[in-house]
Design a protein around this ligand. Sequence first.
Ligand SMILES: NC(=O)c1ccc[n+]([C@@H]2O[C@H](COP(=O)([O-])OP(=O)(O)OC[C@H]3O[C@@H](n4cnc5c(N)ncnc54)[C@H](OP(=O)(O)O)[C@@H]3O)[C@@H](O)[C@H]2O)c1
Length: 287
Amino acid sequence: MRHLILGGTGTVGGVVVRGLLDKGETVRVLTRSAERARALPKGAETVLGDLTDPGTYERVFTGDDTLFLLTANGPTDLMEGLVAVNEAKRSKVKRVVHLSIHDVEKCPEAPHFASKIAIEHALRESGLAYTILRPNNFYQNDYWFKDAILQYGVYPQPIGGVGLSRVDSRDIAEAAVRALTDGGHFGKTYALVGPDPVTGESCAAEFAKALDKPVAYGGDDLAAWAKSMAAYMPAWAVYDYAIMYAMFQAKGLKATAAQLDETRTILGREPRKFSDFVGETVAAWKA
Ligand SMILES: NC(=O)c1ccc[n+]([C@@H]2O[C@H](COP(=O)([O-])OP(=O)(O)OC[C@H]3O[C@@H](n4cnc5c(N)ncnc54)[C@H](OP(=O)(O)O)[C@@H]3O)[C@@H](O)[C@H]2O)c1
């Protein structure tokens, strides 16, 4: 089968590309950057284009068998997702696998959740064969916090104390490869979650244990978080993520037993544990 991968130069999509190539599948990867195209694995075909540029749609969407529909967060997320649905339909893609967000309805006031609600709706109404994957907060977000954890002994992601069923992005990619290559998942929506809910305090404690030195949770003060992030993130992202973190602090994002079973069903095994991710990450940081 021939697969068109959106986001194939990023965290999840990059692992999807490698997983498909390992299975001998034909893979086309959309990127805006010739430089990032050069870093793609051997065997992946590059398509230069941009989901915000209608002049590129004809050469990007050329009737692939499947589409992995991932959009980056940002002010044009909604348009990009709707373009992908519309162009998949025009070019008669046979199956679409969409990366959304776990329990996305819980935070309709956050722009990157609201866009996923609308993209999911358009996809369900499109008549296309689809699978929707709804991952929780990625373990791999913690790579961004390496300096805070190692230099300052602080775990800074303000996820609060109710709990999130965070998930490994490699499990998300594996689920996507299964959905793209196995027709048995169409018309289905899967929560993708980790086995054990975590809190800000428990994430800090896990890094402290692996590093064998103190790591404290940075706390729930979102105004202080926004101020400290202003130098590292665009203003729209600080605004959008602060709304999401406020929801995490108030309601959490914990999987039900049925949602954990959905993850086991599509993976065919238990999802990776946060403690194992932290162990691997700390070992890599020390090396
Ligand atoms: N992080 C989390 O905890 C979490 C949890 C649940 C859901 N999600 C969802 O996961 C998605 C992000 O996945 P990720 O972290 O794997 O992405 P990522 O690493 O941020 O990569 C973004 C990808 O989008 C591509 N892209 C950006 N703008 C584009 C455009 N205008 N046209 C075409 N391609 C474009 C980039 O390609 P080029 O730069 O090469 O063009 C890149 O491959 C978001 O939808 C987010 O809401 C994230």
